[in-house]
Design a protein around this ligand. Sequence first.
Ligand SMILES: Nc1nc2c(ncn2[C@@H]2O[C@H](COP(=O)(O)O[C@H]3[C@@H](O)[C@H](n4cnc5c(=O)[nH]c(N)nc54)O[C@@H]3COP(=O)(O)O)[C@@H](O)[C@H]2O)c(=O)[nH]1
Length: 531
Amino acid sequence: MPLTAKRPTRWSWRALLPWGVGVLPLLCGLAVMRWQTEQELQASSLATAREVGVHVEAILDSLSSAAHHLLPKAGLPCDEVQLALRIEVTRNAFVRSTNLFDHDRLYCTSLFGDFDEPVNASDYTNGQLWLMNGNSVTPGQALLVYRVNQESRGDRGAITTVDGRHLLTALHLIGADNLVKVHVGNHWMGSDGQVHDGKPPLAATAATQYASTRYPFDVHAGYEEGRQAALMRSRYPALLSLLLMLGLAAGAACRWQIRRASSSRGELDRALDADEFVPYFQPVVRKGDYRWAGVEVLMRWQHPREGLVRPDLFIPYAEHSGQIVAMTRALMLHTAQALAPHAALLEDGFHVGINITADHCRDLGLLDDCQTFLQHFPPGRVVLTLELTERKLIEPTPVTLELFEKLHAMGVMIALDDFGTGQSSLNYLRQFQVDYLKIDQSFVAMIGGDALSQHILDTIIELSAKLGLGIVAEGVETEVQRDYLARHEVDFQQGYLFARPMPADELLLALAAQPGSPQLPPGNGPEIMRG
Ligand SMILES: Nc1nc2c(ncn2[C@@H]2O[C@H](COP(=O)(O)O[C@H]3[C@@H](O)[C@H](n4cnc5c(=O)[nH]c(N)nc54)O[C@@H]3COP(=O)(O)O)[C@@H](O)[C@H]2O)c(=O)[nH]1
């Protein structure tokens, strides 16, 4: 059944798409936020590394200046130069000690005067810098040592030192929220103030490096794991909630749209746009000669996958949803376009019955539909009959009464369909100017049955005669039924005994084959006849 058919192959994407659409804005937003925070952390990390680097360079400038002042004194006796060593310590804020070495032995220090300790140039990166984990005076306390030798003598020169706490202050003040490390040769110092061996580990987030071009050291900076997520949460709480809501709304809208498109209503709308509702025609024969006096137009749905669909599978829903009005309008247009080019095949006053429901009677729009239909045919060739059903009750409002009055003025006939089956048949008879009664097929099926059933049928026939109404019996399937109805002067009969509902080509072919049918103009026959 087209309106409720399940399509398992399409289920998966239908279920997944709303999730995809919902998550997409969130993912895009997160990607943009991630990129932005990454750039921000990278820039801040680099700025910190550079700032710490410049500060360390300034400290080293101080050490270098003191060492270069003392360099010419290297090799002189310690008691001659000791004062000069101490003056340099006093003059330079960062210098903790000054020392002279000769023949690769430290022989004079600002702290002790005469001294004797080996100096190994290979301990110093580029022969210039050594990050030590303390010395004999302050063991375990970081010390940065600067060494310079005389140009002519590599084993003679000056050594100056700075306390590691000066570096630590820079790391704490400049890189307070950053993981900053000063790296010299095979040693590095982090914000714990300890000197470690090897290369410093890379930070988990936004790892950057500043390499000094003036001294052999570099500064590593970066942030701990999860820093970026924390920044995103603190920086964009409103945007995150907005994205979440946007995602939810997009997902819900997508879900609604898919449901709508796959709903019965959506399916009927699609079919209407695709012009899939086509007319079938069931002939109505008149008493006496049983010639085809007209047709009832019955809707069929030419479904692209299901094939030809019976109306009882979709008409009840279309009537319930109100879409039946647009569908009937399309059906009337199709009918006119199919029959009008072959109007010569129709005898004058040929009845065309169209089923309408209560929804058609709410305004005067039906007048235009009928007008348009009749305009397709030569005047008087076709009598349009609207068949009212009781599936939905028609209220006798001023608009409805005006509609029926104007329809009559236009020459449109009204028939009460399925007469006798509903509770309103008699009310309809009183309220609207009815022209025909269509006896429901359930009464026709009673012919030859029990006496009571037959009595009801006889009463309906009598009633129509007394009221001066035309009468049509539908659902005639046997000759017994046909003859009984003929004996009771029923004007018209309709049923499988005479013909089943058929497509337009078949109808036109059959009409042309009827004895005494008017001659068709050449090349104007129905498609089926030309083929
Ligand atoms: N509002 C609209 N309702 C419509 C329209 N087109 C059809 N319908 C209604 O759908 C119901 C089913 O119609 P359908 O399957 O086309 O059945 C019709 C005939 O085929 C059937 N019929 C005719 N002769 C016989 C017969 O000898 N035996 C037998 N068992 N069935 C027969 O009866 C249906 C005609 O019914 P009715 O309209 O009451 O004359 C049906 O309720 C249609 O009304 C539409 O465009 N709009």
